[in-house]
Design a binder for this molecule. Structure first.
Ligand SMILES: Cc1cc2nc3c(=O)[nH]c(=O)nc-3n(C[C@H](O)[C@H](O)[C@H](O)COP(=O)(O)OP(=O)(O)OC[C@H]3O[C@@H](n4cnc5c(N)ncnc54)[C@H](O)[C@@H]3O)c2cc1C
Length: 384
């Protein structure tokens, strides 16, 4: 892949690969087992500049583009796909939402500390009624005095050590209903982080419900237009779909690399295991799928960087690479026999993380419905 990466991108890839291999991989099983990520991991990512990669230079970031952000996430996902998923939300989705919707004052308030990793943000849309079933969402913003009040609750919010939450409420102005985006701070009165969920995969990312009880939202905590704030940052969602697709890609490459080393070493029937033809055949197929997914992903990321992405290619990448990663991880895990099922080898977490990624950031089916809608069919279902 190096042939189309520029010098800066190759340098960031090497930095991320070194961090992933030497610092993250040794604790990746621990993160999975204990469902918690040590605080120093986020601090190291901040020191290495990862949080600011997709933030404009004028707001303290590196403005390095989506290809660079994806290259970094791919390396990190090879070691811990779960942590890469969390990082993607905080590195791409949240700052890009603020960049698109924010006033210069809001950007100045949120982005420089975010680029330094000091203001970790979370993004919250999903509700019990279903992520895309917006008319049935119960989190509502109502005007009060010179601001608003927010009531309701959200599900499955991936938070890490979030201080700031970007929350999508139903809104109204002059009798017209909408769906906006507001800023809620962790310390706001009436805001509550509820018990984190124990999960199949993506463990250690602090995912769980959050609730709002009469939370005061100042006028300058509304991001973008009150009625259309959600729809207006669709470009941030497209970039984020690629951020998640690349974590699926890194997930399958991580397990692929471990498995290739394993089948070269393992002896079966007095010979190296790779001499069994079904194994080599499958490895060849999976290698090919990895390269196909990589080409698809970086083609789309480059289009976003160039501003030429017109089709719902982000949705296509999220759905296709997510499904392919799960299928390949399942086949790769099979090559480990019983040791793959045992937690001690640390291999089955790749399989579980790949499975979680088929739902997180919009399920495969929701993304397919977005694609068919863009092709002129059927009903829309916003993906998130
Ligand atoms: C680990 C994890 C982290 C997450 N983090 C966040 C987060 O940080 N913020 C956030 O807002 N959300 C988050 N989510 C929520 C996630 O985006 C949703 O779970 C996902 O989009 C599916 O929505 P749902 O759970 O409402 O399922 P439902 O919408 O209830 O879906 C149920 C089933 O119906 C299918 N379906 C739904 N709509 C359609 C359609 N239009 N066409 C065809 N089939 C359809 C789905 O594919 C699924 O099989 C997270 C989820 C997970 C698992």
């Amino acid at each position: 892949m190096s042939h189309f990466l520029n010098e800066e991108q190759q340098m960031m890839r090497d930095v991320a690969a070194k961090f992933a291999r030497n610092e993250l991989l040794p604790i990746a099983n621990e993160i999975d087992r204990t469902e918690s990520t040590p605080e120093w991991v986020a601090k190291r990512c901040a020191e290495l500049g990862f949080y600011g990669l997709y933030i404009a230079e004028e707001y303290g970031g590196m403005d390095a583009g989506l290809v660079t952000a994806c290259v970094v996430l791919e390396e990190i996902a090879k070691a811990s796909p779960a942590f890469a998923g969390l990082l993607s939300v905080q590195m791409i989705l949240c700052p890009e939402t603020v960049s698109i919707l924010g006033t210069p004052e809001q950007k100045q308030r949120l982005l420089p500390p975010s680029a330094r990793g000091e203001r970790v943000m979370a993004y919250s849309q999903t509700e019990p009624a279903g992520v895309g079933n917006i008319p049935f969402h119960q989190t509502k913003l109502r005007p009060e005095g010179n601001g608003y009040r927010l009531d309701g609750h959200k599900l499955f919010c991936t938070q890490g050590e979030a201080k700031t939450y970007l929350v999508m409420p139903r809104t109204q102005r002059d009798g017209v209903e909408g769906y906006g985006c507001v800023i809620v701070e962790a310390e706001d009165e009436g805001f509550q982080v509820q018990k984190y969920e124990e999960k199949l995969g993506w463990r250690g990312t602090n995912t769980g419900p959050i609730a709002f009880n009469n939370v005061f939202i100042a006028a300058d905590d509304v991001l973008g237009d009150l009625l259309t704030g959600n729809a207006d940052h669709a470009a941030a969602n497209q970039a984020s779909f690629l951020g998640h697709a690349v974590t699926s890609l890194g997930c399958m490459i991580g397990l692929f690399d471990h498995t290739v080393a394993h089948i070269k070493e393992r002896q079966l029937y007095g010979e190296p295991m790779w001499k069994l033809s079904p194994i080599t055949d499958r490895i060849g197929q999976i290698y090919t799928k990895i390269e196909a997914c990589r080409a698809m992903l970086y083609n789309a990321a480059r289009q976003i960087d160039e501003g030429t992405l017109t089709m719902p290619l982000g949705s296509a990448c999220k759905a296709y690479i997510g499904d392919t990663a799960f299928e390949c991880c399942s086949q790769l895990l099979q090559m480990w026999g019983g040791s793959g099922i045992m937690n001690s080898t640390g291999m089955n977490r790749y399989f579980r993380d790949a499975r979680a990624k088929m739902v997180a950031e919009g399920s495969t089916e929701i993304h397919h419905s977005v694609i068919t809608r863009a092709l002129g069919f059927a009903d829309p279902a916003p993906a998130n």
